[in-house]
Design a binder for this molecule. Structure first.
Ligand SMILES: Nc1ncnc2c1ncn2[C@@H]1O[C@H](COP(=O)(O)OP(=O)(O)O)[C@@H](O)[C@H]1O
Ligand SMILES: [Mg+2]
Length: 354
């Protein structure tokens, strides 16, 4: 009896009448704030220029992508479902050919250099191809055996270490077909971690995991990054990117909206002024009189947008509130989030449900 992998590869086929790509604003936020290093291509682990994929049938899945992933970064590739993340990653890994443009991974052209580049990269793309009739452990043994650089004498130990890192030791003897989506995801991650790599590419690594599992994966990503591996991970979850990444690129409808350090991106979204007080109505009145806009009174708090003078208005506002007899229990700026930035840049909501 033959068994096919639990998750097959996606075939390149004609897409339905998908989303029409429309021009998105592309602000000039180059990754200027990456550590002051010479901007030579050697420091960039991934570089694409004009990378484009049009599927047969006309679907423009990736549209002129210029991506720069600095060495040593934890790079978040963020975008709603269908925005072109997996297609980009498949091009980067040489699984599909671009329609136009170029990509280098670890300094070498893809897909031409697939054979020399892939052994230096650990990858988890859209769920691993697992054999359901084999245990999790034996699936890993197979993956390891398929790697010509892996010493068979140390195979068992590599497999056990990888299982332990992803928290699968206890379930390692179970057949993979009995694994939950989250367990399959962990097993795929374990296969990417069998060897130390220069680059780890993870496509939605927390898909199917519960919050605890997500936390564990985030911790693992940080650990791998601390060991010096550059991590490129895609996600449709903004807070995930904010929590774990140093850099991010935001995709929308196949196009790059912005890329840079996470701090830089979040800073583009203006923070909101938050006043905590039992005198909500009175506070709102004072703030309105001082050009604070978009006021939202809430339970024991009122927040709003600072005017053009921004942070500089803060001391004056605080004084005005106190002078007016408002009991100020808390006063400060709530930092903007990546989501605010995304909405501000695209004029669209971030469709998490997708
Ligand atoms: N093999 C394919 N054939 C046709 N269209 C595809 C194929 N794979 C993906 N697409 C389309 O390309 C777009 C981007 O998909 P994808 O890269 O999977 O996005 P993401 O990973 O961000 O969710 C979607 O509209 C999707 O339907
Ligand atoms: Mg995807």
């Amino acid at each position: 009896m033959t068994e096919t992998p639990v998750t097959g590869d996606v075939t390149e086929s004609a897409g339905g009448p998908g989303a029409v790509s429309r021009p998105a604003p592309v602000p000039s936020a180059s990754p200027a704030s990456s550590p002051a290093s010479p901007a030579s291509a050697g420091d960039d682990v991934i570089r694409t220029r004009g990378l484009t994929k049009r599927f047969r049938g006309g679907q423009l899945a990736v549209d002129g992508l210029d991506l720069t992933v600095p060495r040593g970064s934890v790079f978040g590739f963020l975008g709603p479902n269908g925005s072109g993340k997996t297609t980009t990653i498949r091009m980067l890994m040489g699984l599909i050919a671009p329609t136009a443009g170029m990509a280098t991974v670890l300094g070498e052209s893809m897909p031409q250099s697939v054979a020399t580049v892939l052994p230096r990269v650990g990858a988890l793309i859209e769920g691993p191809a697992l054999y359901g009739f084999l245990s999790g452990r034996d699936n890993l043994v197979r993956f390891d055996a398929a790697d010509p650089t892996a010493d068979p004498r140390t195979r068992r130990q590599r497999v056990e270490t990888a299982l332990e890192r992803v928290g699968l030791s206890a379930a390692a003897g179970k057949k993979a077909r009995a694994y939950s989506l989250g367990m399959k995801q962990r097993l795929g991650l374990a296969s990417a971690l069998l060897q130390p790599r220069e680059l780890l590419v993870l496509d939605e690594p927390t898909n199917g995991l519960d919050p605890q599992g997500m936390r564990e994966i985030r911790a693992l990503v940080r650990e791998v990054a601390a060991e010096g591996t550059t991590v490129f991970l895609s996600s449709h979850l903004l807070d995930e990117i904010e929590q774990v990444c140093t850099h991010a690129a935001v995709m929308s409808r196949g196009r790059l909206v912005v890329q840079g350090t996470v701090a830089e991106l979040a800073a583009r979204a203006q923070g909101r002024l938050v006043v905590r007080t039992p005198d909500v109505a009175q506070a709102a009145e004072v703030l309105a009189a001082h050009q604070v806009g978009a006021l939202v009174p809430g339970e024991g708090r009122v927040d709003g947008e600072l005017g053009a003078s921004g942070d500089e208005a803060l001391p004056k506002l605080c004084a005005a509130l106190v002078e007016a007899g408002v009991r100020v229990h808390g006063f400060g700026l709530e930092r903007g989030t990546l989501e605010d930035a995304f909405v501000a840049l695209t004029g669209e909501g971030f469709d998490v449900a997708g």
